[in-house]
Design a protein around this ligand. Sequence first.
Ligand code: TYD
Length: 208
Amino acid sequence: MFITLEGPDGSGKSTQINPLADYLKDQGYSVLITREPGGTPIGDQIRLILSDLKNTGMHPRSETLLFLAARAQLVEQIIRPHLKEGHVVLCDRYADSTMAYQGYGHQNDLEQIKTLLNFATGGLKPDLTLLLDMDVEEGLRRKAGGSEWNRLDAYSLEFHQRVRQGYHSLAASEPERWVMIEAGGSPEDVQAALRQVVQDRLITPVGS
Ligand code: TYD
């Protein structure tokens, strides 16, 4: 099973992913955690270019293609081989981030982005996507000043609001794949909600 975590900046995905993996491991699953952009030596180099606050002149199309390049590498080098061996793969961001940020955020043509995504991933889609939803300003406040603050965080508030709305539209268009979780509460509450979803979808699948 391929599970992705999505959400606006500061929604706490990175805090939640390790305890979620621990929970799955406790249930007897072999779990691989990875993240985007990055997750491979080549992807990590691309991540540095994307994040660098000095790269203010980066065109949105260049940005889009760099995310896709990192993803193509991650899919072929890490994700597909692990899925094939029967692992659960938990990924902190995936193709939906490109739809939300480069599509809705930058207001690029969504159909073109979908075509590019299909090329980059070879058509690999998640089985389950967990959307950690929260107020955009609150999320940016959580991240501001921290060492993780990057070039994309510095985009306008309106950009980040379009990203959040984009996530809502994506989730509504494929309700069988997405589950939205309110991420403004305590980390413990968010973790409990995530575990419940995974428990329902993976550990006790429908019909069993
Ligand atoms: P990161 O510090 O990993 O943020 P987070 O912890 O919120 O995931 O930085 C990744 C940034 O890149 C984040 O602002 C989201 C953005 N992003 C895109 O714009 N498009 C993408 O396809 C991906 C994977 C990430």
